[in-house]
Design a protein around this ligand. Sequence first.
Ligand SMILES: *[C@@H]1O[C@H](CO)[C@@H](O)[C@H](O)[C@H]1NC(C)=O
Ligand SMILES: *[C@@H]1O[C@H](CO)[C@@H](O)[C@H](O)[C@H]1NC(C)=O
Ligand SMILES: *[C@@H]1O[C@H](CO)[C@@H](O)[C@H](O)[C@H]1NC(C)=O
Ligand SMILES: *[C@@H]1O[C@H](CO)[C@@H](O)[C@H](O)[C@H]1NC(C)=O
Ligand SMILES: *[C@@H]1O[C@H](CO)[C@@H](O)[C@H](O)[C@H]1NC(C)=O
Ligand SMILES: *[C@@H]1O[C@H](CO)[C@@H](O)[C@H](O)[C@H]1NC(C)=O
Ligand SMILES: *[C@@H]1O[C@H](CO)[C@@H](O)[C@H](O)[C@H]1NC(C)=O
Length: 466
Amino acid sequence: MKQIGAQISTKNFYKVTVICITFILCFSFILVLPKINSFGLSNNNITSLSSKNNSSFMETLRQYPWEALLHAYQNKKNDTSKFSLWCSKLFLKLTPFIIAESKVNINFSCTPPPLQFPSSMSPCTKLSKPRKVAVLLQHGFDADTLEIHFHELGELVDKFFIIESTLTYYLGVGKPLIWERLKEQPRFEKFVPKVVHLVLDDEELLKVQLETVKEEEGQIKDSIYNIEAFQEKMRWLKFLRWNNITKFFGDEDILGFGDVDEIPNRNVIFHLKHCEMFGYPVDIGTWFPYGRIYQAFRTDYPVGNHAYTYGDPTYWTFKKALNFARRNNFKKIPTRKRGTSGNFVVGGIHMTHYGYLPFQLAKLLTTIEAVDVGVQNKFAKIIRFLMNELRMNETLSKGEEIQAFKNVEEELSKTPAEFLGRIVKVEKLKLEFEEEYTLLVKLPWFYDCNRERYPTWEGKHDERLD
Ligand SMILES: *[C@@H]1O[C@H](CO)[C@@H](O)[C@H](O)[C@H]1NC(C)=O
Ligand SMILES: *[C@@H]1O[C@H](CO)[C@@H](O)[C@H](O)[C@H]1NC(C)=O
Ligand SMILES: *[C@@H]1O[C@H](CO)[C@@H](O)[C@H](O)[C@H]1NC(C)=O
Ligand SMILES: *[C@@H]1O[C@H](CO)[C@@H](O)[C@H](O)[C@H]1NC(C)=O
Ligand SMILES: *[C@@H]1O[C@H](CO)[C@@H](O)[C@H](O)[C@H]1NC(C)=O
Ligand SMILES: *[C@@H]1O[C@H](CO)[C@@H](O)[C@H](O)[C@H]1NC(C)=O
Ligand SMILES: *[C@@H]1O[C@H](CO)[C@@H](O)[C@H](O)[C@H]1NC(C)=O
């Protein structure tokens, strides 16, 4: 913030926007439900769920009744259930593509460099016993980013706790459980034994939905934070219950709280695992490329004076975490601290704004409310853009189809104009702040070995759409 040379109002606008975006990214999978009458829709239609369809992405999009979706959107204040039904159907259509593995195979001859203690951290004073590591992730519908996260930390982490929800955003639409599908895929096979899948189901979400309805009617405030708190609280409580039975993690073991796309550098976790630290909790300052791997975004939640970091995830010792919760009577629980922990290290990446189109569309679907806050009817505008660009009523040649997808990918994944002022090219950072660049700009090894698997990070077309 200190480096924004603009007026207060602009600063606040940025702040609000960044808070919104953070919120969207973190809680896109469970937002608010305004009308109780749509609860009945939260059951998935099993017939359409089982869509193991091999039609192309274009075909799939063409089969979808976009006009009906738009009509229901315009009318959603009158009839929430129609709109939520069409959203749900679209989500189910997107799911096979969201979870689809890249057509570019993993390069198995590319292996991670040896682990080493980061030179930017104090020299390692070895612990008598390495700490076990738990990573607690909120999961919406990431697949590729989860793959990168797992490969970055897999050998250091003892358990990944993945929490996801059966309902999406504010209409309470049924959401397919993504990990349930991913775990069948060979690419995730070796990580499956380390994963503990936590699910928030319709019943558990009901209370938050009801409270949110009350808040819509002006009875309680800050429901957004109630929901955020609820997600994070349940992640923590479910972890505690799990550990109460297994007794797997002890006082000095560490727990990382974050999202799938907040990926610490493995050497940092290697240090936390084996070396004494000045204090916990500790925020991991992550580089934030914002959709394009050659960028760095100046965030509102940096660590220290590292303006181009984002202060998440946060790692706690189990003892500190438990004491914190007890001290606050479990009204406050340990979670990410966005750079406010007081202790920080720099190293990792926040892989937000991933450009793969099915992922982008799913994100759009789960954030309609937030999307519409800035620009009225923005959701409809994006859908119209999609329909026009993809020329859904015409027969296209393969070449035209690919070009159409390229246009849409480019438009939806580009950096929004209002953020351009806070983005630098990493090359520029290298020229002007070389030390910062060297500290910050480190690619996850698996991404670096397999860049062609995730081409939209470089603004290229993803062939899974063809
Ligand atoms: C469920 O989906 C299938 C296929 O899309 C459709 O034929 C069926 O009518 C749907 N059932 C309900 C209850 O919506
Ligand atoms: C699968 O694709 C075929 C045609 O390609 C279509 O008729 C069918 O409805 C699709 N099924 C689902 C469940 O989407
Ligand atoms: C879908 O599967 C059928 C039979 O398994 C195959 O004949 C057809 O070519 C496939 N279509 C596509 C688009 O892959
Ligand atoms: C939606 O509801 C409002 C008031 O409840 C009503 O005035 C309007 O005509 C309704 N619109 C449609 C399309 O039903
Ligand atoms: C795979 O990785 C190895 C080691 O980095 C590299 O030499 C090789 O060119 C890569 N193969 C492909 C197909 O990219
Ligand atoms: C852990 O288990 C003990 C004994 O069964 C129980 O008293 C305690 O409430 C449990 N704590 C949690 C957090 O579940
Ligand atoms: C596409 O065709 C449908 C029905 O044939 C029509 O309602 C719709 O307006 C057309 N959309 C565009 C963008 O031309």
